[in-house]
Ligand binder design. Structure first.
Ligand code: SF4
Ligand code: SF4
Length: 136
């Protein structure tokens, strides 16, 4: 299974080798989706954890017990496709490939499973068709 989580480091803890510990101790494949670290002191990471559910639960427990705040990535992007004119402005802004335009119809295609909730499409769309929502 995969699980996306937001990791918040307390002050002075952001340089610790957390990713190494998750891989080594809990056999988890870790993808860094976003990183916002302030000079190695504090910050946030958005991670995708890929392993079986027991290992993921143990890893989250380990992080929480060691003072790192872990919360599920609970936001998602929604999109009003009825008004889209397929201008492509959002596809240029999207870093993950969740938005694309191509043959045969050259209409915008949105793949929510690829979205990393960076929110760049919200400002990129001239018609303001994207909005952020809490996930189910
Ligand atoms: S939020 Fe970011 S990743 Fe998701 S569709 Fe918009 S630009 Fe792409
Ligand atoms: S920028 Fe807006 S109108 Fe243009 S393709 Fe993207 S969603 Fe559609």
């Amino acid at each position: 299974m995969t699980k996306k989580v937001v990791i918040s480091f307390p002050d002075g803890e952001a340089s610790r080798p957390l990713i190494y510990e998750l891989i080594k101790k809990y056999d988890i494949m870790v993808s860094i989706i976003k990183a916002d670290i302030d000079g190695g002191r504090r910050g946030k990471l958005v991670l995708e954890l890929d392993s079986d559910s027991d290992h993921i639960a143990q890893a989250i427990d380990f992080m929480q017990k060691s003072g790192v705040d872990v919360s599920p990535l609970e936001k998602k992007i929604s999109f009003d496709d009825s008004k889209c004119v397929s201008c492509g402005a959002c596809t240029s802004a999207c870093p993950s490939g969740a938005l694309s335009i191509g043959a045969p119809d050259w209409k915008l295609r949105f793949q929510p499973d690829k979205c990393v909730v960076c929110k760049l499409c919200i400002t990129a769309c001239p018609l303001k068709l994207f909005k952020i929502e809490f996930a189910d």
